[in-house]
Design a protein around this ligand. Structure first.
Ligand code: FAD
Ligand code: DHB
Length: 416
């Protein structure tokens, strides 16, 4: 039972210490704006959760400019292209050549989160893990409040603004009164079974595979760890899949006519994720601003989720900086509109990548041929390859880094 009460005051209360909440906290810190971050899980859980792996060029540039790109520069894997495999053949799309030198970087979300938690702790600004019973209230008043219990103490944090960065299952979006949000949603009749394996990646770049038995994806986390995904039914139980069955299916779908296939190794993590497209609009109610998965979900095929979280908070940091410096609410007013333009383009791209590459249950012979024609066009037309490349490496940012006081930085020189 809690016995003590703690009242505090901050400029921006941030709910959730995922990529969105931690990036926002650091951007605000760099601009001298106070924040309190409240997370309901413990630190190990937040770091160990295996999720995204692909950072757009803009996300990499942002982390570097924020001074949190050291780990990324040392351990991230820069990829200048990607393979699309169908009919047993791999076709390379050369991002760097098509986009004037842009690339993606493979760096696990858990590494991103670990680096950002370290940076937060160094600032000595408040970050509560294991917060219980987190609630937000007075959202349309000038002083919204975050309440939670931490180590037996009830906390009331009075804020100028609250950033709802608490993911799809968080408390912020459901705290907006009913009827004010429009929800756009699509679920898919499949999910992804993902594994991490102790096996050296057998390709330097990702391979997205279209196969009659369903989609498969080859990715990696380090020179010793391969990350692989398989299309499975949406409600598939992971218990149904022995390690042998997983490898057999991976190899069946991914092996190409030239003999390329993933290396097999000990599976150290496996799980099934459902797929959905979801947008809640507007991304604001009063003084609550939603960012990242709290406001939108994309199916993972385009690798956009974490990158969208980063783009949202860059716009939000810019809007908050403008407010504190000039008392202008102009950017806060257009936060949702600005973010949603990018969100919808990422939704369209992720939906297109998903429907291009997955086996669609109940599809007709016509649907199948259309999908193959789309793949044939994609891998033979420079215009189509350029379109994929510019979206995959990331569309230009809505706001300049200089608008949040950042200067673009070159990568840290690698040791040795
Ligand atoms: P989250 O990471 O969900 O963080 C929200 C935080 O809020 C969590 O720490 C949570 O514990 C906390 N929280 C929840 N409820 C509360 C509460 N009541 N009180 C306090 N805290 C709370 N994206 C990419 O960009 N590239 C990829 O390659 C990619 N691959 C993916 C692969 C898979 C299998 C999956 C599942 C996702 C993938 N994504 C990818 C998506 C990406 O992981 C998410 O979009 C990203 O985590 C969103 O960040 P966020 O900070 O908005 O939300
Ligand atoms: C990974 C995840 C994705 O959703 C994707 O499209 C590419 C790579 C990954 O986890 O490495």
């Amino acid at each position: 039972m809690s016995v003590v009460s703690g009242f505090s005051r901050t400029q921006v209360g941030i709910v959730g210490a995922g990529p969105a909440g931690l990036l926002l906290g650091h951007l605000l810190h760099l601009n001298g704006i106070d924040s309190v971050i409240v997370e309901n899980r413990d630190r190990e859980y937040v770091i160990d959760r295996v999720r995204a792996g692909v950072l757009e060029q803009g996300t990499v540039d942002l982390m570097r400019a924020m001074g949190v790109g050291g780990g990324l520069d040392r351990r991230g894997l820069r990829h200048e292209g990607v393979h699309i495999s169908f009919g047993g053949r791999r076709h390379r799309i050369d991002f760097a050549e098509l986009t004037g030198g842009k690339a993606i970087t493979v760096y696990g979300q858990n590494e991103v989160v670990r680096d950002l938690i370290d940076a937060r702790i160094e600032t000595t600004r408040p970050l509560y893990f294991n917060a219980q019973d987190v609630r937000v209230s007075a959202l349309d008043s000038p002083m919204p409040v975050i309440r939670f219990r931490h180590e037996g103490v009830e906390h009331d944090v009075q804020c100028d603004f609250i950033a709802g960065c608490d993911g799809f299952h968080g408390v912020c979006r459901p705290s907006i009164p009913e009827g004010l949000l429009t929800i756009y949603e699509r679920t898919y009749p499949f999910g992804w079974l993902g594994i991490l394996a102790e096996a050296a990646p057998s390709s330097d770049e990702l391979v997205y595979t279209h196969h009659d038995r369903g989609f498969a994806l080859f990715s990696m986390r380090s020179p010793a760890i391969t990350r692989l995904y398989l299309q499975v039914p949406p409600d598939e139980s992971i218990e149904r899949w022995s390690d042998e069955a997983i490898w057999e299916e991976m190899l069946t779908r991914m092996t190409t006519a030239d003999g390329w296939k993933p290396n097999v190794g000990r599976i150290v993590q496996k799980s099934v994720t459902p797929m959905r497209s979801f947008v809640a609009a507007p991304m604001r109610h009063g003084r609550l601003f939603l960012a990242g998965d709290a406001a939108h979900i994309v199916p993972p095929t385009g690798a956009k989720g974490m990158n969208l979280a980063a783009s949202d908070v860059l716009v939000l940091a810019h809007a908050l900086k403008a407010f504190y410096e000039t008392a202008s609410e102009e950017w806060l007013e257009c936060y949702s509109t600005v973010c949603l333009r990018r969100v919808w383009k990422a939704q369209r791209f992720s939906w297109w990548m998903t429907t291009l590459l997955h086996q669609l249950p109940g599809e007709s012979r016509f649907d199948r041929q259309r999908q193959l024609a789309d793949l044939d066009y994609l891998t033979n037309s420079r215009a189509a390859m350029l379109s994929l490349a510019e979206q995959y490496v990331g569309l230009p940012s809505e706001v300049l880094f200089t608008s949040v006081g950042l200067q673009p930085r070159l990568p840290d020189p690698s040791p040795g």
